[in-house]
Design a protein around this ligand. Structure first.
Ligand SMILES: O=C(O)c1[nH]c(=O)[nH]c(=O)c1I
Length: 311
């Protein structure tokens, strides 16, 4: 039984990755992921310069997942670019370099630096950070997405993936797919956290995180049905050359199986990886192989995208 999967020219011996932002801000954390059963690692979304991020408390775990308003704390692009150049492809592991500029200009500036660098892996352009005060997720402005992709592909010749926010309406699925199908995008990654949720503590009668009056991105059990819907809807709408990474609500082999059934080629684990740490990659790999064995599947391609509907 194989958990191997391919995105563009990149072979992953295991389809499991961490989600950008979770236990991946330092090289020590990134090394730990590479030393685990994960097929590779994803770096914390980078801005051109280091950032402290929002004030704490800025993340809270709950019985159903978590809420965060980290505010893009990171060591700056150079730090992650150096790590990525050094570690990409080592012992068959892929390093995905995530970038999240605070403007189209910053995104272009970072992509130019990556294009000129010796990094030969996958770049993930994050168009869906929900936690920068005064900024809405770029992914909700389809013309802005078209603009940034037009600029990017005028010079960026390396493989580019996009981290998208969750969509909630068929017109939105159609709208974003219409834009994406016009570009040589290597993959899309759905979903980022469900933005601007609110967790309330009835005992203290208070919100639980400080930034933005307590509003923050939701992850974990809260988001799985939305994540599966976005993977499925975009798989049905995007040209086959664009692969899909499924992210959202994964904490077991069963959850991974469901994402692959909806069309995912790789999956990323955020909230649950935050709780469990790197042992989660071994546990989930074992659980998924057990499910595949029970069902008589040998490879992910045996069931990828083969979700049945009720006719
Ligand atoms: O607040 C963050 O740093 C953050 N938090 C998220 O939930 N998604 C994101 O893409 C980002 I850049």
């Amino acid at each position: 039984i194989s958990l191997a999967s391919q995105i563009g020219d990149y072979q992953f011996d295991n389809l499991l990755l961490n989600a950008a932002g979770v236990r991946c801000a330092s090289t020590d954390e990134l090394d730990k992921i590479l030393d685990s059963d994960a097929g590779g690692c994803v770096t914390k979304s980078a801005t051109p310069e280091p950032r402290k991020g929002n004030e704490s408390p800025r993340m809270k775990a709950t019985s159903m997942g978590c809420i965060n308003s980290m505010g893009l704390p990171n060591h700056g692009l150079d730090y992650y670019l150096k790590f990525a150049e050094t570690n990409q492809g080592k012992s068959g592991k892929q390093v995905v370099l995530s970038v999240a500029g605070l403007s189209i200009k910053q995104n272009i500036e970072m992509l130019k630096k990556i294009q000129e660098s010796s990094f030969a892996g996958l770049t993930e352009l994050n168009l869906s950070c929900p936690n920068i005060a005064g900024k809405s997720q770029v992914g909700y402005d389809f013309e802005a997405v078209r603009d940034v992709l037009t600029s990017a592909f005028s010079f960026f010749k390396k493989p580019l993936g996009l981290k998208l926010p969750p969509y909630f309406d068929f017109n939105q699925f159609d709208g974003i797919a219409e834009v994406l199908n016009d570009f040589p995008v290597t993959y899309i990654n759905s979903i980022n956290s469900i933005g601007n949720g609110l967790v309330v503590d009835p005992d203290t009668e208070s919100v639980v995180i400080k930034p933005k009056g307590g509003f923050g991105g939701l992850g974990g059990d809260y988001v799985k049905p939305t994540a599966l819907a976005n993977v499925r809807a975009l798989r049905l709408r995007l040209k086959p050359e664009i692969s899909i990474i499924g992210t959202g609500g994964i904490k077991s082999g069963k959850d991974v199986f469901e994402h692959v059934l909806c069309g995912a080629s790789l999956v990323q684990i955020g909230t649950a990886f935050g709780f469990d740490g790197t042992p989660i990659f071994e546990r989930i790999s074992k659980e998924l192989k057990e499910i595949m064995a029970e069902k008589g599947y040998h490879t992910l391609a045996d069931f990828r995208g083969k979700l049945k509907t009720i006719d």
